[in-house]
Design a protein around this ligand. Sequence first.
Ligand code: UT7
Length: 330
Amino acid sequence: MIPRPFAEIASVGAAVPPRAVTNAELSRTLDTSDEWIVERTGIRERHVATAAQSVAMLAAEASRDAMDRAAIRAADIDAIVLGTASPDRLLPSTACDLQALLGAHNAAAFDVSAACPGYLYALTIAEGLIASGQSRTVLVVGAEKLSTITDWEDRSTAILFGDGAGASVVRRSTRAGRGILSTFIKSDGRLAELLYRPGGGSADPISERVVCSRNHYMKMAGREVFKAAVRTMAEACDEAIRRAGVRPDEIDLLVPHQANIRIIEATAKHAGMPLSKVMINVERYGNTSSASIPLALDQAVTDGRLRSGSLVLLVAFGAGFTWGSAVVRW
Ligand code: UT7
């Protein structure tokens, strides 16, 4: 077995649909206000794709960005692992549609259904594919069109979610010590019905009844989910740091899932990180589920907050419940 780090994140890329929906715009159709949304969530706007923009198309834009930055061609990709909670179709995977768009004909392609930590689950799988010698270069993607599974008449969820995609090229480590130092993923399926889509799957296939009861949309018990997010993201931070064998004060940047500014602040407090060392962009994009971490990573690189050698802690929580974390030497 080759020693860790086996794999590094060579590059990241992002894609966000141009149309931004502000809190003021939502307040015109929902019993809510900019003040309430900003105070309770930190969100000011979220981006929404057009009917013509698919998840695979957003993913392809982000992927091409990442591939250009890592100077790789589509033919170099051995596997595409795509996290999504809003696949374009239930069959086949959105990863296969992405593969076709990119022309990545040498790749195996599949989706990971792990909700908001989808990118971290995909990263963990990519690391394993590389460590086992199955793959040299893996495209790891988180892509969502949550606007299509959001109930725009439900003020408790409609204010939260947005569309977007983030991608990264993950490959065998090229420099000693650079790469993924630890990963941690965990789930608790007993809590599934606190955040879920009751209808539209095989258990209750799409029907007039499902649509009329709005059961094909996401339902969330916000307060319970909030508490679980704070608890599990704290556990995940500790575990990734322990497994990486680093000290908490060595972490240069915390990149948490962007669900709610209050969850981010609680996570940062637990990890002992001042907010100056935390990547926050929830105000611009809202909760983009599996796209959230790669979108934040992309911005951190663009803003110069992540440089070669930086030690970064990634952490996320979502429906399932699922949670996960990673420590990466950039
Ligand atoms: O990606 C991972 C999964 N998702 C999350 O991590 C989200 C976790 N949960 C949250 O972020 C928060 O629970 C919310 C932002 C969803 C809600 O904030 P909260 O502080 O937990 O509010 P609440 O659900 O306890 O509701 C407080 C009040 C209620 O009114 P009453 O019963 O006190 O009269 C709600 O009806 O706020 C009301 N409310 C709203 N008011 C204005 C709920 N949504 C809205 C709204 N605008 N959009």
